[in-house]
Ligand binder design. Structure first.
Ligand code: 26M
Length: 866
């Protein structure tokens, strides 16, 4: 957007100043003479760092003085990606930096590509947190992110011998110019130890030290912070050990502290129940709460009004130990009585749910919490006891009502039976007596039984000897607001996950449909399309006001505009094609349709179903005459995504895609009609290259399983069509874009329970589905044995039994694919609708999402410097 800025005198002067600054950084901070790309990246980054520090200091001073209410976004993950160009863009200095680097003999593209991704997150949830930070700053909302400074982020995925291998992501290797270490901001965090009454003496203690990552808003002075905690050995214990001459113990303390922030757990759906993970969660939550309380007490004399100045938004259940920790801090450290503390806690905390997958819902064994955090386990038991007591009347009434209904039914039935046997009068009497018998005793048991459904502490259904803390229940009880992340998902959590809680407080449950930042996901990852949009609208104001994108709609009817739109897509496809050649060696034609399926690999996301549809397409092409082949719409099917290292089936899915790619791409008969590519190491930076090049993108989860999805929004905003199910935010994208513009297929969420029960016999499945599986089994793609378990998971009644219903959806998926091909053959119409996608989906800007959170949950107002 600042491209033209360099042509005027002021900007040229600015560029000269920037160049001088970069030079100074190289000379004095790096003491480097070389101008290799890495050095130039470091020098440029440090110069941007300084500008961010200025903006950051001013913002934080201003907020300190004004003391507005803040939101604190507690998240175990922030998937930030690269910072340099994004920060430069948000500072409005793109032209200046490009010019300055040019004058120094470097070029922006080469320099920018030196930066390693900050991948402190798994996928959707972590990237959402990063988009939210960008929007909070852009909207001038007083808000901080709080998380963990992992030294190893999400693993790097490489492909070796046709399989995924995981490599450590030591992202801090070359230093991190985007953080400010705060040795003056430290808090102690204790673990283990013993309880004497309610007095806890931890036996292990570490120090949390803050690192601030400045978050610049777009075209605003506001620069907020992401505060990440590192763990150090507690200096007192450390010194004591050294003084006692116990060198080994001192080193051991250091190792224990290091371990806490060493690595991000690379699971995005399965709960492992590892003690270290709970330690991480408590570590960052405790430090963040202590930090907030300390700042609050600088301005206020007691903590009773904390919730008027702070909301803590819990990003999934990962920070849910905050419910107990805030209670502990208020009661044990600040002397508040427990009722008052509960009042403050439940006014300060809010919880976002991101999944309905049972295996992802965190349940920590009482034993594990009790050992690591004995005082917290005691508090959770107390919270639970009080909670169950407070709802006992409600539950008794409910049970009594249900019993009365049952009795009336039973009595009516008895009357019928008796009437048939003897006289009606005798029958009635007998029925009434029967109903009375043992009634009192029974009802007490029934209430106790019914209360179990509301209990935060519950039996492990797989192991009756173990009790678990249901962290989602703790979050719901401890929060004033609970939200899902798309309309359908917010309904499903009410009916399937928390129905008992909805009964008690329906107002607590809300929806906040996810969004993505248009800065990173349109303006900056697709500058060509952005320039075209800006030219058409006559302003770049859409970058901050996404509703303006709607004004693009009339341009869809303009043939000249469509031609230019197509040209941009072609250019982005060419960039991706070059990248594909680079990393996989495969040559793909930019005349083919670019069909993209990128996201974490998971059975519920059904990459396997896409692979089967490709196998079917391949078989069809193979069976065609040369004449028929001329009518085939050529496709490049691109996959990307990481499989959690211990996720057996997901790894097989990656292997399958790699195998079919090898067979199909080397089949001369097929040529450009079909290519399959697995792009390794899908991450934020790869996404920025892939998404703008997409023409079709796949969001094909089993209805009711994908909470929202956020890449679907990014693709839609970049003019890519969606083939997908009625799941997550696909539904709202359909409402905004017009369902006629999406390729929707498959069953509906409300059908899945029924379908799971009345499964067809395998031999009655769609023959194309069976044939595709047979081709895998035949060894057509190599390694038939290796894929046995994968094939069995969707075809064997005794092994998985197609839990995600691929077979049910396959036929309608293929129909939708046929529609895709038909429409693609009409490039004018395709392009027209592509423009409609971009024009229709401004709603999915995270600015809108954050504005809704601020108004409807946080009650936080913008606080911009004049
Ligand atoms: C849990 C325990 C131990 C280790 C890791 C985890 C864990 C980490 C991340 C579990 C789930 C995690 O992320 C889930 C996630 O990314 N959910 C996605 O959230 C997006 C943002 O709301 C939604 O768009 C996606 O639909 C949803 O799958």
């Amino acid at each position: 957007m600042n491209k033209q800025a360099t042509s005027n005198g002021a900007a040229a002067a600015d560029a000269a100043a920037v160049a001088a600054d970069i030079e100074a950084q190289r000379r004095y901070r790096l003491a480097a003479k070389s101008s290799d790309p890495q050095t130039m990246y470091q020098a440029a980054a440090w110069s941007v760092h300084n500008k961010l520090v200025d903006a950051f200091d001013k913002t934080q001073e201003y907020w300190k003085e004004k003391d507005p209410k803040h939101v604190y976004y507690l998240s175990a993950e922030f998937l930030m990606g690269r910072t340099l160009t994004n920060a430069v863009h948000n500072l409005g200095l793109e032209g200046e930096y490009a010019e300055a680097l040019k004058n120094l003999g470097a070029d922006m593209e080469t320099v920018r590509s030196q930066e390693l991704d900050a991948a402190l997150g798994n996928g959707g949830l972590g990237r959402l947190a990063a988009c939210f930070l960008d929007s909070m700053a852009t909207l001038d909302l007083p808000g901080w992110g709080y998380g963990i400074r992992y030294r190893y982020g999400m693993f790097k995925q490489a492909v070796k011998d046709g399989l995924q291998v995981e490599l450590p992501d030591y992202w801090l290797d070359a230093g991190n110019p985007w953080e400010i270490r705060r040795p003056e901001t430290q808090f102690k965090v204790g673990f283990y130890g013993s309880l004497d009454g309610d007095k806890w003496t931890p036996s292990e203690e570490v120090v949390a030290e803050a690192y601030d990552v400045p978050i610049p808003g777009y075209k605003t002075k506001t620069c907020s912070t992401l505060r990440l905690w590192d763990a150090l050995p507690s200096s007192e214990l450390d010194l004591a050990a050294f003084n006692a001459g116990d060198y080994v113990k001192a080193v051991e303390l250091k190792r224990k502290a290091d371990e806490i922030t060493a690595v991000l757990y690379p699971n995005d759906a399965t709960e492992e129940g590892k003690e270290l993970r709970l330690k991480q969660q408590f570590f960052f939550v405790s430090a963040s709460l202590q930090d907030t309380i300390a700042r609050y007490l600088e301005k206020h004399s007691d903590l009773s009004g904390l919730a008027e100045k702070a909301t803590f938004q819990m990003n999934d259940t990962h920070p849910t130990i905050a419910v107990a920790e805030l209670m502990r801090l208020l009661i044990d450290v600040h002397g508040m009585d427990s009722n008052a503390a509960w009042g403050v806690t439940t006014k300060a905390l809010a919880y976002t749910n991101h999944t309905v997958m049972p295996e992802a819902l965190e349940k920590w064994p009482v034993r594990v919490i009790g050992k690591l955090l004995p005082r917290h386990m005691q508090l959770i038991e107390q919270i639970n006891t009080q909670w169950l007591a407070s709802i006992k009347d409600h539950v008794s009434a409910k049970v009594a009502k249900e019993q009365a209904a049952k009795k009336a039914e039973a009595a009516a039935a008895a009357v019928k039976v008796a009437a048939a046997a003897a006289s009606a009068a005798e029958g009635k009497e007998a029925a009434a007596e029967e109903a009375k018998a043992g009634e009192e005793v029974e009802e007490v048991d029934l209430v106790a039984e019914a209360l179990k459904a509301y209990s935060i502490v519950q039996e492990n259904q797989w192991n009756k000897d173990e009790m678990l803390v249901n962290m989602a229940y703790l979050a719901v009880v401890g929060s004033f607001a609970v939200n899902g992340v798309a309309a359908i998902h917010s309904e499903i959590i009410k009916t399937d996950i928390f129905p008992h809680f909805v009964e008690l407080f329906p107002q607590r449950f809300q929806n906040k449909t996810n969004g993505v930042t248009l800065r990173r996901w349109l303006a900056y990852c697709n500058p060509e399309l952005s320039a075209l949009i800006t030219e058409a609208l006559g302003t770049d104001a859409w970058v901050k006001d996404a509703t303006l994108l709607a004004k693009l709609k009339p341009f869809a009817e303009n043939a000249e505009f469509r031609k230019r739109w197509r040209a941009v897509k072609q250019a982005k496809k060419a960039e991706l094609a070059a990248h594909i050649k680079d990393v996989t060696g495969y040559e793909v034609s930019t005349n083919s349709m670019f069909d993209i399926h990128v996201k974490r690999i998971h059975e519920y996301k059904r990459q396997f179903m896409n692979a089967l549809s490709i196998i079917h397409r391949y078989s069809e092409i193979k069976a065609m005459s040369p004449e028929e082949r001329k009518k085939v719409v050529p496709r490049v099917c691109v996959f990307g995504g990481k499989a959690a290292s211990a996720y057996y089936m997901a790894k097989k899915i990656v292997a399958l895609v790699l195998s079919i790619a090898e067979t199909i791409n080397n089949d001369k008969e097929v040529g450009d009609l079909l290519k399959v590519v697995f792009l390794p190491n899908y991450n934020v930076t790869e996404a920025e290259l892939i998404i703008p090049a997409a023409e079709l993108s796949q969001h094909i989860s089993t209805a009711g399983t994908e909470a929202s999805g956020t890449s679907n929004m990014k693709f839609a905003l970049n003019g890519s069509f969606i083939i997908g199910t009625l799941d997550g935010a696909n539904i709202e994208i359909g409402e905004n874009t017009g369902f006629e513009n999406l390729f929707i297929f498959g069953i509906k969420a409300e059908e899945i329970n029924r379908l799971r029960e009345e499964r067809k016999d395998f031999k009655d499945y769609d023959p194309r589905f069976i044939a595709a599986l047979d081709l895998i089994k035949s060894g057509a793609f190599g390694r038939p044995d290796y894929f046995d378990d994968l094939v069995a998971s969707i075809s064997d009644m005794n092994r998985g039994n197609d839990w995600f219903l691929l077979a049910n959806d396959f036929a309608s998926y293929m129909d939708a694919q046929a529609e895709v091909d038909a429409l693609y053959s009409d490039q004018e119409e395709w392009t027209r609708r592509s423009i409609i996608y971009t024009a229709s989906n401004g709603f999915f800007s995270s600015d809108r999402t954050i504005d809704q959170y601020a108004r409807e949950i946080w009650n936080v107002q913008p606080c911009a410097q004049p």
